[in-house]
Design a protein. Structure first.
Length: 226
């Protein structure tokens, strides 16, 4: 029987690449988006009640998950003095609260079924080093790292691994919006942006059987940027 894996925010970019890679590796991938009609599940990860209702119904119908990839997120960049309250709240509620909102309904069923599963959360180089104009995003992604490290300790004896993957500048719609992309590339030792498939490959490694002893880690995929 194929192992079920939920990938949030998997309609495009890094999430889509992760879903495609895990599917090619033999997992039964359940995709998620807020609006995309192609996704299997539709909810806003920032909406706790909606996420819980839909995920609990999904588990009741199909059983617990083997793994989860927490990829859904948003950015709303601005210099801190000019940052609007809404931009702070939206990023924290999606990128950090989303960690709790999605995992809370899923973890106990995994534990009860004695599934020695996998949890991977997408953080960012911004969560490790901070980034100008991203105080909200950096705070949220740093919070994800703290949550990953604590949850990994709690679930280790259950055989469930919990790790973070921290991409640098990846060739997605977000990178396409950069004002000076050539200058950004000069700051990256490898002198290029990463690809979504390169991030997906690291996530796929963490889902392998022989990665069962890798937990509580943050793996960067950033071309040497940090």
């Amino acid at each position: 029987m194929m192992k079920r894996v939920l990938v949030t925010g998997s309609s495009r970019g890094i999430g889509k690449a992760i879903a495609e890679r895990l599917r090619s590796d033999g997992f039964d991938v359940v995709t998620h988006a807020v609006r995309s009609p192609d996704a299997d599940l539709h909810f806003d990860v920032a909406d706790r009640d909606e996420a819980r209702r839909i995920l609990e119904a999904d588990i009741a119908a199909n059983g617990p998950y083997y793994g989860v990839v927490l990829n859904a997120g948003v950015a709303a960049d601005a210099p801190f003095p000019a940052m609007e309250d809404e931009a702070w709240d939206r990023v924290l509620r999606t990128d950090l609260d989303g960690f709790y909102n999605v995992l809370k309904p899923l973890v106990m069923p995994m534990v009860s079924a004695r599934i020695r599963g996998r949890i991977v959360a997408l953080s960012s180089v911004s969560g490790l080093a901070g980034n100008r104009g991203q105080v909200n995003y950096s705070a949220a992604k740093a919070g994800v790292i703290g949550a990953v490290k604590a949850l990994a300790v709690e679930l280790a004896k259950r055989g469930i691994t919990v790790n973070a993957v921290a991409p640098g500048v990846i060739d997605t719609e977000m990178a396409a919006s950069l004002e000076f992309p050539d200058e950004v590339k000069k700051a990256i030792p490898m002198r290029r942006f990463g690809t979504p498939e390169e991030v997906a490959a690291v996530v796929a490694f963490l889902f392998r059987e022989d990665a069962a002893y890798v937990t509580r880690q943050v793996i960067s995929v950033n071309g040497g940027l940090f």
